[in-house]
Design a protein around this ligand. Structure first.
Ligand SMILES: *[C@@H]1O[C@H](CO)[C@@H](O)[C@H](O)[C@H]1NC(C)=O
Ligand SMILES: *[C@@H]1O[C@H](CO)[C@@H](O)[C@H](O)[C@H]1NC(C)=O
Ligand SMILES: *[C@@H]1O[C@H](CO)[C@@H](O)[C@H](O)[C@H]1NC(C)=O
Ligand SMILES: *[C@@H]1O[C@H](CO)[C@@H](O)[C@H](O)[C@H]1NC(C)=O
Length: 355
């Protein structure tokens, strides 16, 4: 009796454990794969004891599920997808050809055991994508001396691109050195040397990388960078004062004599030339110096960040000074030969001094 009971129990136990061993499982799924656009990829899923249950390949994205296949039949209407079932290994191989960027993501092998019971295993597919610099990167900035500025650069791509910064002409970055790595480049205490083109470079070993040029304009108050303090000329001869100003934005320029603003008229001519690099050159010409015109002249430059000025003094000289009195009209009472020689000398001088 006892023996019979034991035997019975043993049989039941054996049956139960055999059933337990035959629980369906996903025994294998491919490792994550990194592929290039246009490639073909195979994703394998092997199951055990799942003969009676549907085996599906799906693609999951957030909460969305795209059904690709069930058993050996394809669901998704895309000729690039195909499904192979190998009965001997109980594997379901999903093949995708002509891979596209959008094929990247998580693929899931599912065994449906019941309404609320499913087995899943995931494999992630990475599609290599060359870097593309995002629109939320800094386009250009206008800042001013003494401020702090921030340049930002982001890029998409697979693998995630690395961002580095360089400057035009390999100029030194505010961080020191000619290359800086990171999404954000800070410029503390901006100086006018920080102005220019910055390059944001995104690289991920796919393709040749991406580059974006970011212009940095630095506004700064005017500085008179080149001037002569002393001018002399003989009465009735012309004189030309010159003043070079660095400023951004472009300054307005005025010339003054004894506190009065000068204008272009029969006595004076004012010219202002803006060249690159925030440089302004201005010239004041006195057509024929009169005694009352000797004294101090002021060149004054003004922009929204400040004002700068330089004072130049004009004194009377005994001889005619060239430049600017180099024209033949100024060479009176001399022989034609001397005039020619003077002209030649003067011409050389002029070509050397006039920029
Ligand atoms: C800019 O866009 C990228 C995606 O292209 C994103 O990862 C990043 O967080 C964004 N940065 C900012 C500051 O909005
Ligand atoms: C610039 O940044 C530094 C360091 O964070 C800070 O001490 C300074 O006050 C900032 N200057 C300006 C003008 O915001
Ligand atoms: C900012 O730079 C200027 C010019 O280089 C310097 O005189 C000043 O001390 C700097 N200010 C700070 C807070 O570093
Ligand atoms: C001209 O300026 C100088 C200083 O730059 C000054 O010493 C001199 O008195 C000024 N002359 C006149 C006539 O204002």
């Amino acid at each position: 009796m006892t023996n019979l009971y034991t035997a019975c129990c043993l049989v039941l136990w054996c049956a139960a454990s055999a059933l337990a061993q035959q629980q369906p499982t996903i025994s294998y799924i491919s490792q994550p794969k990194t592929v290039s656009i246009g490639d073909t990829v195979d994703l394998d899923c092997s199951v055990q004891y799942a003969y009676d249950f549907p085996v599906l390949w799906v693609k999951v994205k957030n909460d969305d599920v795209m059904f690709i296949s069930t058993g050996s039949s394809q669901i998704v209407p895309d000729q690039r997808f195909s499904i192979r079932h190998d009965a001997t290994t109980s594997s379901y191989t999903l093949q995708i050809t002509k891979l596209q960027e959008t094929d990247g993501g998580i693929y899931q092998c599912r065994v449906i055991l019941g309404q609320v019971s499913i087995l899943t295993k995931d494999v992630r597919l990475f599609v290599r994508v060359p870097p593309v610099i995002s629109d939320n990167s800094t386009r250009s900035i206008i800042t001013s001396t003494g401020k702090n500025a921030t340049l930002e650069c982001f890029a998409r791509g697979q693998p995630k691109p690395r961002i580095s910064w360089r400057r035009e002409n390999n100029n030194l970055l505010p961080t020191g050195g000619s290359v800086y790595r990171g999404n954000v480049l800070h410029i503390f205490n901006v100086t006018k040397n920080d102005r220019g083109i910055y390059y944001c470079i995104a690289e991920n070993q796919v393709g040749k990388g991406a580059r974006k040029n970011i212009g940095v304009e630095v506004e700064f108050p005017p500085v008179v960078v080149a001037d002569r303090r002393h001018y002399s000329q003989a009465i009735n001869y012309p004189v030309e004062f010159q003043c070079q100003i660095e400023a951004y934005p472009t300054p307005s320029v005025v010339w003054l004599k004894d506190g009065y603003q000068l204008h272009t008229n029969q006595h004076y001519k004012i010219s202002i030339m803006n060249s690159g690099h925030e440089l302004t050159t201005t010239m004041l010409r006195v057509h024929a110096v009169e005694r009352s015109q000797l004294g101090n002249y002021t060149c004054r430059a003004i922009n929204k960040l400040g004002t700068s000025e330089k004072i130049m003094t004009l004194v009377e000289s005994d001889s005619v000074v060239c430049p600017p009195a180099c024209d033949s009209q100024y060479l009176s009472g001399s022989s034609s030969i001397r005039a020619a020689v003077t002209l030649l000398a003067v011409g050389l001088l002029c070509t050397r001094t006039v920029p």
